[in-house]
Structures are given as structure tokens and as C-alpha cells.
Design a protein around this ligand. Sequence first.
Ligand SMILES: Nc1ncnc2c1ncn2[C@@H]1O[C@H](COP(=O)(O)OP(=O)(O)O)[C@@H](O)[C@H]1O
Ligand SMILES: [Mg+2]
Length: 193
Amino acid sequence: MTETQAATKERPMSTGGDPQGFCLWLTGLSGAGKSTLAELLVGELQHRDLKVELLDGDIVRTNLSKGLGFSKEDRDTNILRIGFVAHLLQRNGVGVVVSAISPYKDVRNQCRAMMGEDFIEIYVNAPLDVCESRDVKGLYAKARAGELKGFTGIDDPYEPPDNPELELRTDALSPTECLAKVLGLLEERGYLR
Ligand SMILES: Nc1ncnc2c1ncn2[C@@H]1O[C@H](COP(=O)(O)OP(=O)(O)O)[C@@H](O)[C@H]1O
Ligand SMILES: [Mg+2]
């Protein structure tokens, strides 16, 4: 290997010689900005000719997890399904972006265990009052009115990650600034040049 090659950060390669897959796991309250960032990430990664797939909580719940509700058990099942599919893709060299509230620490850690160091947990964090004031889908209003039971942050817990690979305060950073931070982390870890 030449000195130049040694100094160039190579993207990690899987055993098959393909680019190493990864999973960007965006967790946070409803309205924190997960889907917004996920869409930006997918666009940017596709632009860089990576194989990319998005698993957004809302979309998964209308197909893969159709019929599941919001009890602790159903939420865990939903997240484990997402983690399972994310792993299948990630181990085949895909850059997976997950955007799902995924409120429980334990089950997020089970997903981490499936993917090891290719699991990159990103805490998309804005204070509850900020998320609530955004209320794009009117869900907080419904939860406050008691029309929606077990809503995360209102009458169901959100357990923040203890050691996320990245925390993004979306009340302080714009979506583009958040995107830049994630891309920086991917570069640092050798997934992107
Ligand atoms: N970094 C940000 N700064 C300011 N507003 C944001 C940011 N990210 C998202 N938003 C806005 O917050 C609202 C909720 O974003 P969304 O991505 O749908 O959240 P989530 O998927 O976490 O529920 C949207 O109106 C979006 O435009
Ligand atoms: Mg969303």
C-alpha cells in the first residue's frame, strides 16, 4: 500500500468487498424532526451513489406493522421488526435510515446488538414544548384533549438514549445543519469519503 493510500480513509468493506452498510437510527419525540432529517439524509446519500433505504415509523405502521397498536408490547414488536429489516439491509451493504419515535431504550439496544458498531443512534432532540408547538399532525392537541391515549411525551414515556453516537438539538440547529453533522460523523467513521 502506498503512503497516499494509507492516508486516505477507505470506506469499511464487507467480506464481499461491497461498501459496508450502516444504520442511522433516528429516535426522538413526535415533532422532533426525525422524518425531515431522514428525507434529507436519503437524498444526500443517494446523491453520493450509495444504496439507501428509509424505514419511517409512520410508513412501517401502514404495512409491515399494520394492525399493531401503541401498547408497550406492540411498540416493542414494531421496533424489533424495523430493527430486523434494517439489519437484513445493512448487512448487505445498504445505508439504512430509520426514523421512528422508538421510545424505549431497551428495545433500541436490542437493535444495536443486532448491528454492532454499524448501528449509529442519533437522538433527535427538541424540548417537549417545542415539539408540541410544532404539532404538524395535531396529535399533541388530541393527546392533551384525551382523545388519544398513550401518546409519547404526554401520557407514555420517552426514554432518551444514554450514549447516542450523536445528539441533535433541532430547536437550535436547522435541518441542513443537522444533516451536515450526520454526514460529518459518517465521514469520520469511514462510511463516506
Ligand atoms: N431542525 C429543525 N428546525 C426547525 N424545525 C424543524 C427541524 N426539523 C424539523 N422541523 C419541523 O418540525 C416539524 C416536525 O418535523 P418531523 O420531521 O415531521 O418530525 P418527526 O418525524 O420527528 O415527528 C415539521 O414542521 C418540520 O418542518
Ligand atoms: Mg415522522
